[in-house]
Structures are given as C-alpha cells and as structure tokens.
Design a protein around this ligand. Structure first.
Ligand SMILES: Nc1nc2c(ncn2[C@@H]2O[C@H](COP(=O)(O)OP(=O)(O)OP(=O)(O)O)[C@@H](O)[C@H]2O)c(=O)[nH]1
Ligand SMILES: [Mg+2]
Length: 195
C-alpha cells in the first residue's frame, strides 16, 4: 500500500487535485481509498465519482487528527482491512504539519511501503501567505517530496517561475511542478513517479 499525503494551506486546491489524482490512478486500475482529515468536509462527492466510473472507495475519516497519530494509524488499519487499496490518498487539513504525519506513519504503521508527500501551494496567494504564515508554509514545503505550484491558470508565467525558484531554494530535494488542478495542466508531470 502506498500512501499519498496532500498538504497545503486552506483553499490551495488539495481536493481539486485529489480528484484528478484519483481519476488518473483508477484509470490505471489502481484501488484507491481516500481519507479526509476534516470532520464533515464535503469536498468529495461519492455519487459523482461513481458516475464518473471511478472505482474509488472513499472513507470520510471523521475525527482523524494529524497530531493524534493513534486516530490516523487506526484509520489506515481499517482502510487496509476494508479495501486493500493500492494507494491511500490522505487530504490533511490546511494547517496540518505534514512532517508530524510522516513521522507517525513511518513509526507506527509498517504496511505503508512508499509515502509521497505532495504539498499544494496556491500561486495566487503565495507572497501573501509566505509573509504572514512563514513557518507553516516553509514547514509544509520543507517536508514535501513533491511541491505542486497550483492555479497557474490564474497567474502570469514570470510569477510562476519565481515561485518555483523560491520553493527550490527552500527545499532543494523536492520535485517542483507548476500545475493547474482545475484545468488539468501538467498532471502527468506531477504523477510520473506515482504511476
Ligand atoms: N483558478 C484555479 N482555481 C483552482 C484551482 N484548483 C483549485 N481551485 C479553486 O480553489 C478553491 C479551493 O479548492 P479546493 O480544492 O477545495 O482546495 P482545498 O485545499 O481542498 O481547500 P480546503 O480543503 O478547504 O483547505 C476552489 O474554488 C477551486 O475551484 C486551479 O488550478 N486554478
Ligand atoms: Mg479540501
């Protein structure tokens, strides 16, 4: 079982991206489970996914709290038992510290083979969020394997280039990909490794 963790500030496009990823993976016959990290979040419509012909098993996690590793680990165990998924996609809350999630999963849950941590960055609000949320933003970027600079459909390309460079400086190890989750731009680039 592979685990894909989507982090990113509130409204950065995690759910939109998640839907793209779920679709892509299910087209390559992967079994997928989705864990949402927020109580009552209705970002994902199961009926819609079924209509789209997706074999997506969704699981609304209820009260998984990233900082409460027990909740997350228990949920992962349940998901494994119920669905035996190839890939579990976890959407963390916007203010989650994905480093904590990673640490806990690695430590307490051995069934996860690979962990991909994708941090979704909102290109339209990058400067503003970097100004007022510096530690959260740099923390999320710093722990990601992959950073998706999202909403490039709404930002000038020079600006996108600048953000990509900036992120490369914060996390030189990360693969940085400029995307539009809404328009499906560069999704293949983003998902190369995962597929
Ligand atoms: N222009 C543009 N808008 C986008 C893109 N991706 C997402 N959005 C919009 O951004 C808003 C937030 O998207 P979500 O996918 O709900 O973001 P989220 O990170 O899941 O939000 P929370 O779960 O509430 O933190 C929605 O109105 C989306 O339609 C994109 O690539 N381009
Ligand atoms: Mg969401």
């Amino acid at each position: 079982m592979k685990l894909l963790i989507l982090s990113g500030f509130l409204g950065s496009g995690k759910t939109t991206l998640l839907l793209h990823i779920a679709k892509k993976l299910s087209l390559s016959s992967k079994r997928i489970a989705i864990i949402e990290n927020e109580i009552g979040e209705i970002g994902i419509d199961g009926d819609y996914l079924n209509l789209e012909g997706l074999q997506v098993q969704e699981l609304f996690g209820g009260c998984i709290c990233c900082t409460l590793s027990v909740g997350l680990i228990e949920t992962l165990e349940n998901v494994e038992k119920l669905y035996q998924p190839d890939v579990v996609i976890l959407e963390a809350t916007g203010v989650a510290r994905p480093g904590d999630i990673l640490k806990n999963v690695r430590r307490y849950y051995k069934a996860v083979k690979d962990i991909y941590a994708i941090n979704v960055v909102d290109a339209t609000r990058y400067d503003m969020l970097m100004d007022i949320m510096t530690p959260l933003m740099t923390g999320q970027i710093g722990m990601a394997n992959i950073v998706a600079v999202n909403k490039i459909d709404s930002v000038e390309s020079e600006k996108v280039d600048k953000i990509v460079l900036d992120i490369g400086a914060i996390n030189p190890q990360a693969k940085v990909v400029a995307v539009s989750a809404e328009d499906g731009i560069n999704m293949n680039l983003l998902l190369d490794d995962l597929l």
